[in-house]
Design a protein around this ligand. Structure first.
Ligand code: PDD
Length: 276
């Protein structure tokens, strides 16, 4: 594992963040998680575009061109010697005496590169349980903001209920998971919430949409209710780290026959092919 902070490559355990760093004090920044497969980044351009979109939405000037940042990330992974890696990067409003108003200092950029966290084969073949919980986040969930307190609290609550993920419900409809997008399958059609300010535009979601189109599987972007989820033939989650992951139980209600669905597995297979 390796890390980077404001121009320097450092050890993963090195203490580098000054007390007056705004990510640390305010969560005043944005981030991305990018997966490297066999040394190659997966959908790097899409992640970078989302990063700059998030930065713009919070009026953060990253201070580097997209290509320059990409080069830094590629070099860091190469230096780490890791083929399958999780790269985390965040950009914050920099280091300045604590004050809610924007400082004039340059942005801070930190990056870590660690061995990819793979889900166990058991989890993959059995699927996971989820808990439905209220979506207590703000109105700008399309921004990949460092402020993750509602997400963390929901994930922890789900974990304490023996679940892998919290599926969030806002005004009677399912938005997304605490760190995943949520899909249902009904009568051969894949359905997920439409892009809006209430969900993150997942890169894995985008890849799964492409796979569905290639397989000629109808892909519907339309909100659904908890009732529709409980009644679905299949349910799955997507994220950079989980890829396409079957859900077999929600709030102690069995989904389908209680095993990962066939369309879910096909979509995961198609997704894996894209990573090569
Ligand atoms: N989470 N929704 C939320 C709220 C997320 O935090 C994430 C990603 C996703 C899926 O996005 P993608 O397919 O681009 O990874 C959806 C990352 C992995 C994280 O916070 O670790």
């Amino acid at each position: 594992a390796l890390a980077y902070f404001n121009g320097k490559i450092i050890g993963i355990d090195e203490p580098v963040i000054p007390i007056d760093e705004r990510g640390h004090q305010f969560g005043d920044g944005v981030y991305e998680v990018i997966r490297f497969y066999q040394g190659k980044p997966f959908m790097m351009k899409e992640h970078l575009e989302r990063l700059y979109k998030s930065a713009k939405a919070i009026k953060l000037e990253i201070g580097k061109e997209q290509e320059e940042l990409e080069t830094i990330m590629l070099q860091l992974v190469e230096k780490s010697g890791l083929a399958d890696a999780d790269l985390y990067m965040q950009a914050t409003r920099g280091i300045a005496p604590r004050n809610h108003l924007f400082p004039t200092c340059p942005a801070s950029i930190s990056i870590t590169v660690k061995p990819a966290r793979e889900l166990s084969q058991d989890v993959r073949t059995q699927g996971v349980k989820v808990a439905l919980l209220p979506d207590e986040r703000w109105q700008n969930c399309y921004i990949k903001s460092l402020n993750l307190l509602p997400n963390i609290l929901a994930k922890q609550e789900a974990f304490e209920q023996g679940c892998f993920e919290a599926v969030l419900v806002r005004e009677g409809i399912i938005t997304e998971g605490s760190s995943t997008n949520v899909f249902i399958v009904k009568e051969g059609r894949v359905q997920t919430a439409p892009l809006s300010n209430h969900i993150l535009a997942g890169i894995t979601r985008m890849a799964v949409k492409e796979v569905a189109e290639e397989l000629k599987v109808p892909f519907i972007e339309k909100s659904f209710t908890p009732e529709e989820l409980f009644q679905a033939d299949e349910v799955f989650l997507t994220s950079t780290t989980s890829e396409v992951l079957a859900v077999t139980n929600a709030d102690d209600c069995q989904i389908g026959d209680g095993r990962p669905g066939s369309l879910t597995m096909q979509l995961h297979k198609g997704f894996r092919q894209k990573t090569r």
